[in-house]
Design a binder for this molecule. Structure first.
Ligand SMILES: C[C@](O)(C(=O)O)[C@H](CC(=O)O)C(=O)O
Ligand SMILES: [Mg+2]
Length: 307
């Protein structure tokens, strides 16, 4: 249904709807979807919440995931995803784009744009994908101050603190940082780039009662586990952050090669969503019939139109 109808908009704030999903016993599954069209397709597949990846948003803009995108770039993505899907969205807030005040501005901007949750990581700029080498970690107390700042700025936004410490400070360091971030006001923890099942299980065991997020990114350091496996290991949320971007990028690569090679798109037609299917996805005809109903309501039949 068209998002422009007030009666169809969700009543509760996005953060509250996100929390309600986390109260259920099963793991919350969030595929990456940072564009309106992706949000609609993910919702159609049955997902109840979505993830917005910094890596995917950056790559969409033709940029590396080094913390170069801004609060406004991300807010633009949040608006279209929240609007198109009306689903709660967890947003990658990177390092908060600066220090405490920047973090507070990020929280307010993301909430205003329609986000449900954000994660904030303990790296220094230029931040890296958590699965790469040579990450520079922030001082744990500086990160805790950012979490506290986020807490002060948020009304309903769910706050997830991500720690990238496992690689350089080991499990003890990651656990100690997670505890500090929880004390500072984080609602949940995202232990980044754990490399074995044993590490995931140990982290969960040492964080009893804490909501944890698992990152199932491909081509990284985490071996493949299913949502069910993460749930059994004690995780409450799982993301597949960049998968949609990777598949779409491969599709674009093949399309451009085909046009260059064949002088047209004829060999790619059966790989395409048809016009009718696309219109179905975006609700084209719903908007069109809404428009004609409105015109009839405002200008009843028989009423002279050109006075
Ligand atoms: C989750 C993540 O922060 C993202 O931006 O999607 C990335 C994903 C990736 O680069 O594979 C990460 O740092 O893990
Ligand atoms: Mg990221």
């Amino acid at each position: 249904m068209p998002y422009v109808i007030a009666d169809d908009l969700p009543e509760a704030p996005a953060g509250q709807r996100f929390r309600a999903l986390l109260e259920r016993p099963q793991i919350l599954r969030m595929p990456g979807a940072h564009l309106g069209i992706a949000a609609l397709l993910a919702k159609q597949a049955g997902f109840e919440a979505l993830y917005m990846s910094g890596a995917a948003m950056s790559a969409t803009m033709g940029l590396p995931d080094l913390g170069m995108i801004t609060v406004d770039d991300v807010s633009w993505h949040i608006r279209q995803v929240a609007r198109a899907s009306a689903l709660p969205v967890l947003v990658d807030g990177d390092t908060g784009y600066g220090e405490a005040l920047n973090v507070m501005h990020m929280v307010r901007s993301f909430e205003e744009a329609g986000a449900a949750a954000v994660h904030l990581e303990d790296q220094l700029l230029p931040k890296k994908c958590g699965h790469l080498n040579d990450k520079k970690l922030a001082d744990a107390r500086d990160m805790a101050a950012k979490v506290a700042a986020a807490r002060k700025a948020r009304r309903h936004l769910y706050l997830i603190a991500r720690t990238d410490a496992a690689a350089s400070e080991g499990m003890d360091g990651a656990v100690a940082r997670a505890k500090l971030y929880l004390e500072a006001g984080a609602d949940a923890i995202f232990p980044e780039a754990l490399t074995t099942r044993e590490m995931f299980e140990e982290f969960a065991r040492r964080m009893p009662g804490v909501k944890l997020l698992a990152n199932m990114t491909e081509f990284g350091r985490t071996p493949f586990f299913t949502a069910e496996e993460f749930e059994a290991m004690g995780y409450s949320m799982v993301i597949w952050p960049v998968s949609q971007l990777r598949v779409a990028a491969r599709g674009m690569e093949e399309l451009y090669a085909a046009i260059a090679r064949d002088g047209g798109t004829h060999k790619m037609i059966n790989r395409m969503q048809t016009r009718a299917e696309l219109y179905e996805t975006i609700g084209y005809h719903d908007y069109e019939s809404l428009d004609s109903t409105l015109v009839k309501t405002i200008v009843p039949e028989g009423m002279p139109q050109d006075r």
